[in-house]
Design a protein around this ligand. Structure first.
Ligand code: SAM
Length: 292
């Protein structure tokens, strides 16, 4: 591909490797108040958003992460009415949450207004249905400050954050998770974007360690997302209701039918259950996750 410009994801520079993508067209590039943002067209992955050199979302594989961060906690909980998203700029997760008619109110707390503004222009498939939905409200704030101050209580909290760098760093601290617990209803569930264990083990071990000191049930479930390179992506799991991860397959399938079988391309009741079956190397990593 002579004369093609390539863009590198710098997230794993410290590990000595970079994913690079051939750019068809740069659609948007700016330094926001909080982070560097670039959106470009890629011939296979479609539109790709990078924040501070890390791939956030692509139109080609977004469904995997967005569905697994949403339908697993909501179908496991079974009666989630009040849901909070921390981060979630592009509104891909919000779109999935609002497929659940049983959800009465969805609040998204995003630190960077320009990410949402630009998503309106470049990811209308996400933002249009979300911003038109009366159940949705958007708060521009640091997620840490919001969960520390709010008097609302949530059945589900979904942390769709950047990696533990820049504005996202605080969202991986015990202080943040403790503040999330404070604003959860009894038996509520917290799920978190927790990196790729094969390449970012410390991130997962640290979060699960914090979860273990705060919640009765702590761990993670997994899915593979092509542009979150490095194999399995871990989604942190924390709740005081130990029954949620053990909800039988039949019950998950029944809840899915009762919810009107919302359209999915990755999540199924079987995939939901299987996602908690962790490979041994991740189980061994989590063995080091001491409550702290
Ligand atoms: N799915 C992506 C991933 O796994 O890397 C994340 C997508 S979403 C774009 C991440 C969002 O988190 C960004 O819009 C960013 O602005 C937001 N964010 C980062 N730190 C935040 C904070 N402290 N409070 C609220 N939102 C934050």
């Amino acid at each position: 591909m002579p004369n093609k410009r390539w863009i590198a994801e710098s997230l794993f520079d410290t590990l000595g490797f970079r994913m690079t993508y051939a750019i068809e067209r740069v659609l948007y590039q700016t330094q926001t108040e909080h982070q560097h943002l670039v959106l470009f067209e890629h011939k296979f992955f479609g539109k790709m958003l990078m924040l501070d050199g890390a791939t956030q979302v692509t139109t080609r594989d977004e469904f995997i992460y967005h569905e697994m961060m949403t339908h697993v906690p909501i179908f496991a909980h079974g009666k989630a009415k009040e849901v909070l998203i921390v981060g979630g700029g592009d509104c891909g997760i919000a779109k999935e949450v609002l497929k659940h008619k049983s959800v009465a109110r969805l609040t998204q707390v995003e630190i960077d207004a320009s990410v949402v503004a630009f998503a309106k222009e470049h990811f209308p498939k996400f933002t249009k249905p979300v911003l038109a939905d009366k159940r949705f409200d958007l708060v521009i704030d640091d997620g840490m400050d919001y969960v520390a101050k709010t008097d609302r209580r949530f059945d589900g909290i979904i942390v769709d954050s950047t990696d533990p760098q820049g504005p996202g760093k605080v969202l991986f601290t015990r202080k943040f998770y403790a503040a999330c617990k404070r604003c959860m209803t009894a038996g509520g569930v917290l799920v978190t974007q927790n990196g790729v264990p094969f390449l970012q083990p410390a991130e997962l071990v640290s979060s699960v360690g914090h979860f273990r000191s705060l919640f009765a049930d702590a761990g993670c479930y997994i899915a593979s997302i092509p542009t979150y390179v490095g194999g399995h992506m871990a989604m942190g799991w924390a709740t005081d209701d130990k029954r949620l991860r053990a909800v039988p397959l039949g019950t998950i399938a029944q809840r899915y039918r009762r919810a009107g079988r919302p359209t999915t391309r990755y999540w199924t009741p079987e995939v939901h259950k299987a996602a908690f079956a962790l490979p041994r190397f991740i189980v061994e990593q989590l063995a080091h996750a001491k409550a702290r």
